[in-house]
Design a protein around this ligand. Structure first.
Ligand SMILES: [Zn+2]
Length: 92
């Protein structure tokens, strides 16, 4: 079965939240997010599931959503919606 990209993203995010909850992290001390190409070190869609606080400032910035290199699920879904609109416009 071929899933739409937005459905895949939502399922990945739900699974990430499930794993964090299993390990005792709540939403206040956890982060889920996606690196934005070309700032990704793995060349496919992947979700970072992070529990706890960072002690290292560089790592904190690396996984801070709203940056040009990292976004949370709602930002990614917004980008996917915009891409779909561009593709639909190109087909007209
Ligand atoms: Zn990454």
């Amino acid at each position: 079965m071929h899933l739409q990209l937005d459905t895949k993203v939502k399922r990945m995010h739900a699974k990430g939240q499930e794993i964090l909850a299993e390990r005792g992290y709540d939403s206040k001390n956890s982060k889920l997010g996606f690196h934005v190409p070309p700032f990704n070190t793995i060349d496919h869609l992947h979700l970072h599931v992070l529990g706890g606080e960072f002690k290292n400032a560089f790592r904190r910035k690396k996984y801070e959503s709203g940056r040009m290199w990292y976004m949370d699920m709602s930002q990614l879904l917004e980008k996917i919606t915009k891409m779909k609109k561009v593709q639909e416009t190109a087909r007209l």
